[in-house]
Write a protein of this length. Structure first.
Length: 62
């Protein structure tokens, strides 16, 4: 295996990451809205479909 490194591999971390300008770790409102929608659907699905199906499979087919 060759020990020579290309120019891009030899660049310093500061030079390589010069275009990363993070201003914080705040989650955008639309991502929160998608997250709330997902969990609302998950709870609805569980109550509406999964619980009755499990009840039927586990207790009525004995």
């Amino acid at each position: 295996m060759s020990e020579s490194k290309s120019l891009s591999e030899r660049q310093a971390a500061e030079t390589e990451h010069r275009h990363h300008h993070y201003v914080g770790s705040r989650i955008p409102w639309y991502v929160r809205l998608i997250w709330i929608g997902f969990w609302t659907f998950a709870v609805y699905y569980t109550i509406r479909y999964l619980v009755p199906a499990l009840r039927e499979e586990l207790f009525l087919n004995l």
